[in-house]
Every structure is written in structure tokens, then in C-alpha cells.
Design a protein around this ligand. Sequence first.
Ligand code: ATP
Length: 515
Amino acid sequence: MASNTTEDLFKNIISHSKEYGFIFQSSEIYDGLSAVYDYGQNGVELKKNIREYWWKSMVQMHDNIVGIDAAIFYASYYLKASGHVDAFNDPLVDNKDSKKRYRADVLIEDHVAKIDAKITKEVEKARQRFGESFNEEQYRSTNPRVMEYQQKIDAINTRFKAALEANDLVEVKQIILDLEIVCPISGTRNWTDVRQFNLMFNTQLGSVSEESSTIYLRPETAQGIFVNFLNVQKTGRMKIPFGIAQTGKAFRNEIVARQFIFRMREFEQMEMQFFVRPGTEDEWYTHWKEKRMTWHRSLGFPLNKQRFHDHLKLAHYAKAACDIEFEFPFGFKELEGIHSRSDFDLRNHEEFSGKKQQYFDPELNENYIPYVVETSIGLDRMFLAIMSQSYVEEKLEDGSERVVLRIPPFLAPIKCAILPLMKKDGLPEKASEIFDKLKFDFIVTSEEKDSIGKRYRRQDAIGTPYCITVDHQTLEDNTVTIRDRDTMAQERISIDEVQRILREKVDVNTALRKL
Ligand code: ATP
């Protein structure tokens, strides 16, 4: 079904992800576990390639950043130190008619986003009207209607920020009522009181159930980095500024987990904690904001797909924080967070553990607890961003249609498909000879079934950048046709050239060099 609306588009991306082995609902045969997903044969490759691109750009490209892989179980005392046991909450509210549960902050943010969308619409209309001479800044600061919308947004944000900072849940509910926000299902304003809900999953270590044996599944990977800060600094003889990177699973008992893999209960993060001299954190915060945006832009998606968004309310640890937002089919949403965390975490770990978490700075000849700037991105969200940006429904010149995943070639699950034209005359044998040659360097696949046109479509649908067709001429002169996924152009080349072409076109280093 063609995507006429963004809603259709999102539905089609979800069904495409399943149909082509990217993402399956977890425990599907038992009716599924809500907000938990499994990655299929193509999904696992794409996910691995994104993770690897991130890892290389952080660890391999910086001689002052190293990686670790810490445990998923977190002891309760170190989550107490990090503030998670007491403050890792989301405000929830139920609609009494639909019995649906919502995050109160998200209801308000979505309301603000709707007003913001009206501003964008006005601005776009004016841009078309005025053409080249349009001055957006001036328009936003002088057009009465836009100014009125903006004042509304500012007033809501100020009130909401104050309520959150004072942890005043009665006021949060009052804001929802005053804004006349209705439940999208029941359409009513019949809301319960707003309550705080802790998002962490816990379990017991060993057989005795007492408070000290409660452990948590980590809600973020960062704390595993903090508690290993001195281990890495000492054994790696690291000098400040330096970073520690980590990728791995995190777990949150999300109140509202819709929107496919955007918000999951079990997900993967890619985080980097950068330890700096106190007083230099603002500089590094700006540095990492720019660096991370460059990383996103290196994928070649349109520039207006990403934007920065400063946090209204800072988390319990943060000194400054912003998000890199991506325009998903359901609107601009957080993809990555960049946080200036001060010395909050290390200072608390020092206090709770009684062990000094300090660094001796030889240049200053003094000890201090370093400040931290963190970059934190969800791997699954990045996956969804790439899927939603790459998924294209195309009408071809001959009137037929195809779905093509325009995944950046270096991230594509399969780099090349080898397709013998027929299942006879020695063509499959020749194809498997080529497979054996390429398999050491690339993930390649070989397919014999169905017409060549159908096989091309299947490869387009999983984003394979190149297809090689083996035909009778191949047996005579050792040449094949290579077909480009995006242009569909075909070229006859010598088999000996294939490796070089693939290496040039799908090499991750080309992307890394642009960073
Ligand atoms: P949100 O406001 O969307 O709940 P957050 O601000 O709580 O996100 P962080 O704690 O900053 O998120 O986590 C860093 C990154 O981890 C996010 O930018 C996001 O990409 C990812 N992430 C967080 N929660 C989830 C989740 N439930 N499912 C998938 N990815 C997540």
C-alpha cells in the first residue's frame, strides 16, 4: 500500500521491517511482549554496522578515548549514589474513561509541539509568498500571529518548568487541565492525579531477599563507566581530558511504550563520558555538540532532518543539556542527548563508597574530581532514524513500483548479492566461486530463485547497494554486470574489478574521513 500520509508511511516502515527480516515483535508466537523487539537476520547486521560506525568514530578515531564493557547488573548502592533510586521517575497520568496511561510531560510537550507546528506552517507560507527576500528571523519577531503562538509556548514552558523543578505534581495536572488536553482515545479530560513512577527493573541477587541484595538492571550504561573511571585512568595511564565509551543494553519500565522501537523497555545505548578539567566543561560541551551533529550529518540525510533542542528541565545531574532531534515520521523527537554532568556522579560515588574518585593533574600539580560531558545515543532509535529516512516508495519509468532502502552503503546489511541468471550451465558454480572470493571482506549473499527482476527488487527492499549478475558471457570472458541500487544503472565489468569497486563504495573509512 502506498504511503499517502506520514501515518501510513510509519505503518509501512513497521511492516516492511518485519517482512524483510529486520525487526520482529518479541515472543510473537505468545502474542508478544509489549515494547520488546527482536532483530532479525538483516536487522542484526544493520544494527551491528551502526554500532561499529559509532565505536570507530569514538574509540578508533581518538587516541584519548577508550572503551569498556561493564556489567548489566547494577548494585543498589551505586544507583543510590547516582540518584536513580530516588529520582529516576517519570510523571504518569491515567485517563479514567479510556483507562490509557500517559506521561504527563509528554502530553504537555505534544501540546506545545502542535502550537509550534502552527508557527512552522505560517513561516513556510510566508517563505513561499516572499520568495528570495524572506527574512525568517524578522518575520518570527514581527508577525502578530506567530508572536502570539510563541508567547503561548513560552508561557506554558515557563509554568511547566517551574512545576517540574518544584516536583509539584498538582500543578502539572492543573496545566493539563488548563490547556484542555484531551485523551486521544476517549477524547475526554477526565484525568487522574499525576504520580511519579520509578522506571527501573529490579531483582534479587542470591536467595535471601533483603534490601542489600536488591539489584537493578541498568537504566543507562553511564554508571558502569563512572564506577570504572579510576580503573581505566590508572591502568590506561589516561591523561585528562579523556573519554570512556561503552555500548550495551539498558532497561526502563517505560510507562507508555508505543511508536515501535522508538521507546522500548529493553534497548541499547552508545554512550561516551568525557572527563575534563573543571572550568573547561562549557568548551567541551560545545565541542561534543558539534562533533555529534557532524556524525549525524555524515550519513548524508537532508540537513533539515536534525536539529538541536535545549532541555527545558535539567536532569538531577545536569549542568547543561541538549538533544539532537530527528524528524521521525511522527515528528521531531530525541535521538541523542548531550549532557554536561558536572562532577555530580563521581562526587557522589566518592561519598557513597568512601573511595577517592580524584585525578592528579600533573600540569596543575593538584587533585580534583573531573567534570564530565556525556554523549548518549540510543542505538535502536538511530536504527529507526535510518530506516525511516532510507525507506522510499518509488514509481519507475515503466509504471511499476519498487520499495528501496537507501541505506548509506557502508551501513547496509548485505553489501552485494551475486545472482546467477539461470540455475544451470555452470552459472551457480561460477556465482559460488565469486562468493568465496568476496566473503572474506564483505557480507555477500547469493540467490538463484525467481526472475532476475524479482531478485533485484528483493535486494532493493533490504538496501543491498550492489547486485552482480552472472550470465553466459561471464563463463566466456570473466565479466559480470554490476547494478547500482539507487540509480539501477548496470555496467559490465571484469570480476577482478568487483572487489575494488565494493571496497571503494561500501568502505566505512570514507565516512570516517568526513568526520
Ligand atoms: P526520552 O525523553 O525520550 O524518554 P531520555 O531523555 O530519557 O529519553 P536519555 O536518558 O537521555 O533519554 O537516554 C539517552 C538516549 O537513549 C536517548 O537519546 C535515546 O536515544 C535512548 N533511549 C532512552 N530511552 C529509550 C527507550 N525507552 N527506548 C529506546 N531508546 C531509548
